[in-house]
Design a protein around this ligand. Sequence first.
Ligand code: SF4
Length: 321
Amino acid sequence: MDRAPGRRELASLLKMEDFSSVYAEADRVRKVNVSDVVYIRSILEFSNHCRRQCRYCGLNCTNRKAKRFRMKPEEIVSTARQAWDAGYKTVVLQSGEDPFYTPQLLGEIVREIKKTGIKITLSCGEMSFEDYSYLKECGADRYLLKQETADPEIYRALHPDSQLEERISCLKNLKKLGYETGSGFMIGLPGQSLETIAADILLIYEIGCDMAGIGPFIPHPDTPLKNSPHGSTELTKRAVALTRILMPEINLPATTALGVLDAEEKNSVFSCGANVVMRKVTPDAYKKLYEIYPADLGETDIYKERRELEEMIHRLGRIPV
Ligand code: SF4
């Protein structure tokens, strides 16, 4: 694209009846700019304690039914080492906003894991500029902090204890500090329109994100949004395709949420612009407890799953890395 489209222009593209030409263009742009490679990333969820009240999330602190866990630092390090041994070159360390893991403790964990050579993405929520800076010094390479929605009103309704401006400011700080910065948003949030989705795509463009996780909203039964319908997988793929065309070199994962609603759609998103897949390496004792939204999760066999994922990517005619 020679220029960034406006919000209305993007919204009207999103509602086109026949989207096949846009999908084809997104696939072409993906191939030219990021090749046929699919990056495989491991994700380790180490704590489901969270001080926040996000109304769509099963881990929010008001959900009394959630059974909470925290992994010990040495357990986090040894699981990350296993991921490295199984062939993963990146581990995403994810948690709720859990004050137990101070920046100092997180920093020690990062330093220990970095000894393997694995790249580290942190996804632990909002922090001060100084704390992000400290974690970067300790060896963190990337940070994932989803905006969830670019609409201030919807953001306020969904996050009674936080503000969109703060989130955007965190994302800008991460960029400033040299992190590869990931954001993302949900499709199908209550009150969302096509223009909101267009604004989401444009916010990712304006921040200059290096990665964007775009997935459908899935209601969790123990949250205030339990009766809301889930997001559309078709609209999710359309948003992925437009993001690829707008930002040719961005990394776009086939999100887990898309696979939860429809496994076929998760694979087909690779022909709409996606080039990353994430696989959980969280130990079985904790995996089912990390429930942002309900998902049917099997048992973790880090080595076997890694092999199966590579086979799946080969079947799609792509190259696993
Ligand atoms: S979305 Fe993140 S910050 Fe919000 S309640 Fe869930 S884990 Fe906590």
